[in-house]
Design a protein. Structure first.
Length: 290
């Protein structure tokens, strides 16, 4: 087991340097979208907790552990849109790092979709295909098992009809196409409705804060650290509009870690703070939260 990271000031530029490297066999098995020749650094090794804080425990194989080990691009990476345009420069003070996660080629994988994508990829990596499923805004549940069998939806307003109109396919390319289907018909409204409401005291790595609307916004809690007094700070991640690279945020103090002790959570890209009543936990297709 790797030793815990040493403490740091929490600045996004202050963590000890991690030499980018190709993904290991274990990382390729966990983060299935990675290319073997990608150049990555691990989130937990790159972003140390603030001085006096230690990362909270997460269960091996959990969604929290999956997020804690997320592959990041090397320092100096900008945030790119789905069409390759540069949206945010690498030195933008509102971002800490860019996640090595493809946003696709269409304007689909935005904020709620990024949280869904990572949750689904985690279930895929754990060989739990029957548990992958997310609701459309209409309320209809779209499962990976149904898509893999060849079922496709025909959407007419809020009415959704399913028919077996494609060949069965169960590879990762088909899985990625399934997720694009989910992104087309899901969003902050469906995510806020289907996810479990969580009390602030029970917050854990992998939870989301969702402000439903058109547009609304979703923030993903990528990591949590605590000090001896029980005060907590978190690393926050997001996708945004248009569809773009997922990225780790920086707070207004240009630090990677956000204070969780306030009455609400301010983030740099969304004008309204997230109230703690917006805290949610993603469910599997069978309704479980882990």
């Amino acid at each position: 087991m790797r030793a815990p990271p040493s403490a740091s000031t929490g600045s996004p530029r202050a963590a000890g340097p991690v030499t980018p490297h190709p993904p290991s066999a274990a990382q390729l098995a966990t983060y299935r979208w990675l290319a073997p020749d990608a150049s990555i650094r691990e989130l937990d090794r790159s972003l140390d907790p603030p001085a006096g804080y230690r990362r909270v425990e997460v269960a091996p194989g959990s969604f929290g552990a999956f997020l804690r080990g997320l592959p990041l691009r090397p320092r100096g990476a900008p945030v790119l849109a789905h069409d390759g345009r540069e949206l945010l420069a690498a030195d933008d003070p509102r971002i800490t790092a860019v996640v090595e996660l493809d946003p696709g080629t269409r304007d689909l994988q935005q904020c709620a979709d990024t949280a869904i994508r990572l949750h689904a990829e985690w279930l895929w990596s754990r060989d739990r295909p029957s548990e992958i499923g997310y609701h459309f805004t209409s309320g209809d549940l779209s499962t990976w098992a149904r898509y893999a069998a060849g079922d496709r939806p025909k959407v007419d307003g809020r009415a959704v009809a399913w028919s077996r109109s494609a060949q069965p396919s169960s590879g990762h390319a088909a899985f990625r196409a399934y997720l694009d289907q989910v992104f087309t018909f899901a969003g902050t409204v469906s995510l806020a409705r289907e996810a479990a409401t969580i009390d602030r005291a029970d917050l854990r790595v992998g939870d989301v804060l969702v402000l439903p609307g058109g547009p609304g916004h979703t923030i993903l809690i990528l990591d949590v650290a605590k000090d001896d007094r029980g005060r907590r700070k978190a690393l926050l991640g997001q996708g945004f509009m248009p569809a773009q690279d997922a990225h780790v945020l920086a707070s207004s103090r240009n630090e990677a870690w956000f204070d969780l002790e306030g009455d609400a959570l301010d983030t740099p890209f969304w004008p309204a703070p997230f109230p703690w009543s917006s805290l949610r936990r993603l469910r599997t297709a069978n309704g479980d939260t882990e």
